[in-house]
Design a protein around this ligand. Structure first.
Ligand code: CP
Ligand code: NVA
Length: 302
């Protein structure tokens, strides 16, 4: 089986990513018609989660089942990983048994080590650095709304975190214009800013970033594993909340995106999801299923 990894968006070329998205749209249509193809019949995906998940776990597991395969959920606490078996040994063992592995980890280096030792495709289901599967779903959602995403005006408001860093990478690949508003001390890492290749600009004010934006995206202020920093973060992100008033200065047909889970009263105002401009977050979540099915087909079947 060919070994193609998907640790960051850049692991696949732009034409391949566009093809995966094209297939994601087709798979969504089939899903809506309740027509399921068996393209991954008898294939098994192992899923290692070092952190909690709702969307990633369910979308990968449901996706494998719908394509005729299955998924195995593994948590460090009930596998030998939690008792110190080296990642590399685990990668080699799983490579003998399953067709692909998805990993959610607090340390991107672990993903890289695992992928180096594995002989099957390895997929990043969220790391401290990036969340490429999320961006596939976000891009699918943007394409559904706007068709062509080239030169789309996208604003990112809030933390310069793993999801924001993936937006930077995506801006270059998919050629959209990204404006990022973060507090000065919560900017993305310089090496991820470079990946935007000039497609991103940075401003301090959320109002300035959102002005005329066709897509407004945000994420939690305190990511998983940063819970000790919550007090400092609440102070630093004061003023970066997405409210109906802030969305008023975006484009009239603005598409609001949030990878979820959301924290009302923090990065979004109370009842923001009652505002119809945020309806897209539900199809965005649903698109995780379709985009990842397309990705798995590509990685496993080629
Ligand atoms: N957006 C996302 O990855 O959600 P989960 O943490 O529920 O998987
Ligand atoms: N930035 C969030 C994304 C969750 C899907 C986190 O890392 O917790």
């Amino acid at each position: 089986m060919a070994k193609t990894q998907f640790l960051t968006l850049n692991d696949l070329s732009a034409p391949v990513l566009f093809k995966v998205l094209e297939r994601a749209h087709a798979l969504k249509k089939s899903y809506q018609a309740r027509e399921f193809s068996q393209t991954l019949k008898q294939h098994v995906l192992a899923m290692i989660f070092e952190k909690p998940s709702t969307r990633t776990r369910v979308s990968f597991e449901a996706g494998m089942t719908q394509l005729g395969g299955s998924a195995v959920f593994l948590s460090p606490t009930d596998t030998q990983l939690g008792r110190g078996e080296p990642l590399e040994d685990t990668a080699r063992v799983l490579s003998e048994m399953v067709s692909a592995v998805m990993i959610r980890t607090d340390d991107h280096n672990k993903l890289e080590r695992f992928a180096k030792a594995a002989t099957i495709p390895v997929v990043n289901g969220l790391s401290d650095k990036c969340h490429p599967c999320q961006l596939l779903a976000d891009l699918q959602t943007m394409q559904e709304r706007f068709g062509d995403v080239r030169n789309l005006r996208v604003a990112w408001i809030g933390d310069g975190n793993n999801v924001c860093q993936t937006y930077l990478e995506a801006a270059n690949i998919f050629e959209f214009d990204l404006t990022v508003a973060t507090p000065a001390t919560y900017k993305p890492e310089p090496e991820w800013i470079e990946k935007a290749n000039g497609r991103a600009r940075f401003v301090d004010s959320p109002e300035e970033a959102v002005e005329g934006a066709q897509v407004v995206a945000t994420d939690v202020w305190t990511s998983m594993g940063q819970e000790d920093e919550i007090d400092d973060r609440l102070l630093a992100f004061n003023g970066y909340q997405i409210t109906p008033a802030l969305l008023d200065s975006a484009a009239k047909d603005v598409c609001f995106l949030h990878c979820l889970p959301a924290h009302e009263g923090e990065e979004i105002s109370k009842n923001l999801f009652a505002d119809r401009r945020t309806n897209s977050v539900w199809s965005q979540a649903g698109n995780r299923l379709h985009a990842q099915k397309a990705l798995l087909e590509h990685l496993i079947n080629g």
